[in-house]
Write a protein that binds this ligand. Structure first.
Ligand code: SAM
Length: 330
């Protein structure tokens, strides 16, 4: 079987599957007050079949996302099913999940036992009041902390914490996050805010760039860059004493599209070749029509071949995709 490669020669090895677009948080930069589903959710067996076909085409990592993936009952069984799949080199898939962490305290150990390797928890402030202002949920902070600790105890490794910085909202938390990374033994990843929100709040001025994070963090303690793999999205740093790791994902100020290895499947079974794609590709429709695995593989191959070269954030004529992050799968 041929490995997935797009027309620019980029190998596609990283699949993200959204299993719902519902969420129990209403982060100000992500969604409106509406928490319900906008797009369909498929049975887990359908996502598992898609993952199996993708694995047969060279996918090596699968990240489960959403919406909030832990809202879906049966997510542990789904992980167990994915853990049974093999890469083309006959290795287990590298399985990860991105979650807001609210329900993680209970689920970390069962997820680990089912075969999950690593977890990324989204947390945009390290102080309860600020956290509540961003998530618009009053009781979340301690639940998320408990989720992080339960993940560490379960042996999920690494435990990463994603933080989207917004000027005027949480940019004063940068150094606090540096301390948090050092004290808690988590890898903190700052992500530049992208124009993928439901409400139109994005502007270049609100984005806190990689350069700014580095400058502010260096005033706290000197940083040492850690070499990173070409396809890795984050620039990684430790502090001068080797304690703690932070990373910065800078899709806006320093796009990494040239090394993109990602493809996404939305909760309703559509392929998205770029976060900023203007079109979906209906893989589930191929299944509904009774397509065999080979038909799905052929369809995926055609779609991937036409993956976009890059995004156009900040350029004249930039067109925001019709689906926001929460309906694509971050
Ligand atoms: N509910 C899960 C969570 O909170 O991690 C998974 C889905 S969420 C959409 C995935 C990640 O996307 C989160 O870390 C979130 O902060 C990030 N995100 C959402 N909207 C974003 C945006 N416009 N720009 C950058 N990151 C965004």
């Amino acid at each position: 079987m041929e490995r997935l490669t797009d027309k620019f020669g980029r190998p596609i090895t990283d699949l993200r599957i959204a299993i719902t677009d519902r969420c129990n948080y209403k982060c100000v930069y992500c969604r409106t007050g509406n928490q319900g589903a906008q797009y369909a959710e498929l049975p887990f067996a359908d996502y598992a079949r898609m993952a199996r076909v993708f694995a047969g085409l060279g996918i090596e990592k699968v990240r489960i996302t959403g919406g909030e993936p832990l809202l879906r009952r049966g997510v542990v069984g789904f992980v167990e099913e994915l853990a049974g799949l093999r890469t083309l080199d006959d290795r287990p898939l590298d399985l990860a999940i991105t979650t807001n962490g609210h329900l993680l305290a209970e689920l970390a150990q069962p997820l680990k036992d089912a075969g999950l390797r690593r977890v990324t928890v989204s947390m945009d402030a390290v102080e309860p009041e600020r956290f509540a202002r961003i998530t618009r949920v009053s009781n979340g902070f301690h639940a998320v902390l408990a989720g992080i600790r339960a993940s560490q105890k379960a042996g999920l490794d690494p435990v990463k914490v994603n933080c989207v910085l917004l000027r005027g909202f949480n940019d004063d938390q940068i150094v606090e996050f540096g301390k948090f990374a050092r004290d808690q033994g988590v890898v903190v990843r700052f992500i530049e805010f992208m124009p993928l929100e439901e409400e139109r709040v994005w502007s270049p001025e609100i984005v806190v760039t990689l350069a700014e994070v580095l400058e502010r963090m260096r005033r706290f303690r000197p940083l040492v860059e850690i070499p990173h793999a070409r396809s890795e999205t984050a620039r990684r740093y430790t502090f001068d004493d080797g304690v703690g790791e932070i990373g910065i994902i800078a899709p806006v100020s320093q796009p990494f599209c040239g090394h993109c290895s990602r493809v996404r499947v939305t909760s309703d079974g559509k392929i998205r070749t770029c976060l900023f794609s203007l079109f979906d590709h209906d893989l589930h429709e191929v299944m509904r029509r009774g397509g065999a695995d080979e038909d799905m593989a052929a369809y995926i191959g055609q779609v991937i071949a036409h993956k976009e070269a890059r995004h156009h954030i900040g350029e004249p004529g930039f067109e925001k995709p019709s689906r926001s992050m929460v309906h694509i799968g971050g």
